[in-house]
Structures are given as structure tokens and as C-alpha cells.
Design a protein around this ligand. Structure first.
Ligand code: ATP
Length: 358
């Protein structure tokens, strides 16, 4: 397995790019450690496939370099990069048995039969498909086919990286959670460098130790799932991750203090100086409902099982709050209290408060 470095990568599909909008990938600098579990997360069109294709060698970047363990592979074709890939749709041979499908990547590289048998048996146990080894792949259900496809990606232990490209797309929703946690478990056992590409926050946050969030060709934050939830570096991350996403509210900054709908708010720390559109970001989980705070009126309450989501209006602005206790009903007056350590200022989308050290 390898450490992967992306250095000053940029890519444009146009021959003569002139403005930042011409780039499907803006400048990307990234280090992925050997053996880590990473996710690339972002909405459709943000550049995930472009980046994946550059790493696998299907696409040559307009600028920058890709290094595996410090060795420049930018000019190498896919077959010389020693990568395993698992795609959206299962890639297996229907006429072969499950055993032969799993053995294929090893036999293809001339691994001896004793080692093939040992490794296939090991991977089959991890995937809990031992009882299917003799079955013809054509007879498998779609989710089992995709499991075997994943097994084929994991069976070689000499690859630099295993890349998963939206691997759960074809899986029934009620089976997704099973495969999601299976993959996490597999990473812990196999300890390969893995990159998981998805637009689904649950998949990314379940799988990865570190998530790279992309928007419009740019990395907006790299962090652990907890970091992305607790301290989004950009309003996009706050909005995209979480359900419901972070409240992003209009704000005025006067004399170093933040005001929302005319009320002064306590925020996590000092507000950085600068020009641009300022907004307040606070997650619904950190908005308390009670007798103190900003006066608001409840517009709607949604019961989503474990908790309730309350839509309240302050002045003209909608604020969401999540509560697991009793909540006021529709049309009632209430006060909202934003937890100061979780209330931040953003300027032109980017975090503009500094945390006061505790
Ligand atoms: N072959 C191409 N020629 C021109 N533009 C392209 C090409 N492939 C992708 N793009 C553009 O590059 C940008 C990034 O696309 P990309 O497919 O990498 O995003 P993505 O995040 O993988 O989206 P999806 O999940 O829909 O595949 C988009 O604006 C897309 O329209």
C-alpha cells in the first residue's frame, strides 16, 4: 500500500483555460497516508470522478503531479499504477464461480495456487460469502454480486490503493447499511489505503477516517466526521453535512460583534477582520428552545423519530432547532438560545471566527 500525494493538481477539459470557472479541478494539494480510509464527498459535478480518473491514470491532469510513496506516477498508464477499483456496477464474470471470480486478479498476476486458495478463503470469510464460493456468479443477487466485486478489489495485498466509486448505487436501500458497515470492518482488517467516492454523506461518514469535501472543483474541508460536523470550515460543509444542515443566517458585524435580526449574538471567539458577505452558522442541534434568547414563533414541527425538528421564525428568518424533549406547538412563541461555542461567523462562505482557547 502507498502514501498518495496530489501536488498542485489542476484540470481543465478546455484546451486554453483562462478563468477559474474553466477548471473542473481548481488547485488540489493533498496527502493521503498509507493504510488510511478516505472519502471524497460532494454533489454531482463537483469534480470527484475527474479526480478519481486522474489518480487511476485514465486522465492526465492539465497541471500538477501525483506521487505514490514519493514516486511520480503522473505519466504512468492505469495498468502500471497497481490500483484496484470497485465501480458502481458489479464487474464480475457471470460464467465463473464465486471462487474463480475472487481468484481472478491473483491468477492474472501469476500468484501460485496455494496462495490463491489461502487469500480467497480469507477474503470470502471477511465478506461472509464462504458458502457461495462454489456458486456460479450468474445466480447471485445484485448485492451479492457487488460484494464479490468488492472482494475482487480487496483480494490483492500488493496494490497501492483500492478505490471505490459510488459502490452502493445498485444496492437496495435496506441492504445498504449492511454493506456500508461491512466495508468499514474490511478496512480495519485489510488496512489498505482506500478512497471511497460518493455524494452520500452517510456513506462517507460511516466509512472514512478522513473526509475530503468538494464543491465546484475545490476542496472546501478535509476532516474527521466529527470535525466536519462540529466546526464546518465553509457554509457549504455545514449545509451539506447534517440532517437538517446548519442554519446559515444573515449577519451584520459592528464593532467586532455579530448581530442577527437586530440581536447581538455571542459567538465562539474573535471575528476576523475583512470584507464580504457575513453570515452566522449554527447547527440545529445547538439551538435551544426555552424562555431565554431570541424571540421567535414556531412555524412547523416535524417528528422524525428520535427527535423533533422545529422550524421557528425570528423576524423574517427561518431557524431550525432539533430537540429530543418537549417542544412548543405550531404558532406558539418561544425563545431560541444559540450555544456560543457552536455559533460562528462566515465571510463569503468561509469560517471567519477564531475559537477562543479554553
Ligand atoms: N469529458 C468532459 N468534458 C468536459 N467537461 C467535463 C467532462 N467530464 C466532466 N466534465 C465537467 O467537469 C466537472 C466535474 O465533473 P465530474 O464528473 O468530475 O464531477 P462528479 O463530482 O464526479 O459528478 P458525478 O457524481 O455526477 O459524476 C463538471 O462540471 C462536468 O460537467
Amino acid at each position: 500500500m502507498a502514501k498518495i500525494t496530489l501536488s498542485k493538481l489542476r484540470h481543465s477539459y478546455y484546451p486554453d483555460p483562462s478563468s477559474p470557472e474553466d477548471y473542473a479541478l481548481k488547485e488540489i494539494d493533498l496527502d493521503w497516508s498509507d493504510g488510511g480510509a478516505y472519502a471524497l464527498l460532494g454533489p454531482s459535478g463537483c469534480g470527484k470522478s475527474t479526480l478519481l480518473n486522474i489518480i487511476s491514470g485514465l486522465l492526465t491532469p492539465s497541471e500538477g503531479r501525483i506521487l505514490f510513496d514519493g514516486e511520480d506516477v503522473t505519466g504512468l498508464p492505469p495498468n502500471q499504477r497497481n490500483i484496484a477499483q470497485v465501480f458502481q456496477f458489479p464487474v464480475i464474470y457471470d460464467t465463473m464461480s464465486v471462487f474463480d471470480n475472487l481468484a481472478f486478479p491473483l491468477r492474472n498476476r501469476g500468484v501460485d495456487e496455494a496462495r490463491v486458495k489461502a487469500r480467497v478463503t480469507e477474503i470470502a470469510e471477511m465478506l461472509e460469502v464462504t458458502d457461495m464460493l462454489g456458486t456460479r456468479a450468474a445466480h447471485l443477487s445484485p448485492d451479492n454480486k457487488q460484494k464479490i466485486s468488492m472482494g475482487r478489489g480487496l483480494v490483492r495485498d500488493d496494490v497501492n490503493v483500492v478505490m471505490f466509486d459510488e459502490p452502493l448505487t445498485v444496492i437496495d436501500p435496506h441492504l445498504k447499511w449492511k454493506l456500508r458497515s461491512k466495508l468499514k470492518e474490511l478496512h480495519q482488517k485489510v488496512r489498505a489505503t482506500m478512497i471511497y467516492v460518493t455524494h452520500d454523506q452517510t456513506e462517507a461518514l460511516t466509512f472514512a477516517d478522513q473526509v475530503v469535501v468538494m464543491q465546484e472543483g475545490e476542496i472546501v474541508q478535509i476532516g474527521t466526521p466529527v470535525e466536519l460536523f462540529e466546526r464546518p470550515a465553509h457554509t457549504f460543509v455545514g449545509h451539506f453535512i447534517g440532517s437538517p444542515g446548519m442554519n446559515v443566517l444573515p449577519a451584520d458585524i459592528r464593532n467586532g460583534a455579530a448581530y442577527f435580526e437586530g440581536h447581538k449574538l455571542a459567538v465562539e471567539g474573535r471575528i476576523k477582520l475583512g470584507d464580504g458577505l457575513t453570515q452566522i452558522g449554527v447547527r440545529p442541534e445547538f439551538v435551544g428552545l426555552g424562555d431565554e434568547g431570541l424571540p421567535a414563533r414556531v412555524r412547523k414541527v416535524a417528528d422524525v423519530g428520535r427527535h423533533r425538528v422545529v422550524d421557528a421564525v425570528v423576524g423574517d428568518t427561518l431557524v431550525k432547532a432539533v430537540s429530543s424533549g418537549d417542544v412548543p406547538g405550531q404558532g406558539e412563541d418561544v425563545h431560541l438560545a444559540f450555544a456560543p461555542e457552536h455559533t460562528r461567523v462566515y465571510r463569503d462562505g468561509w469560517l471567519a471566527t477564531e475559537r477562543t482557547s479554553q
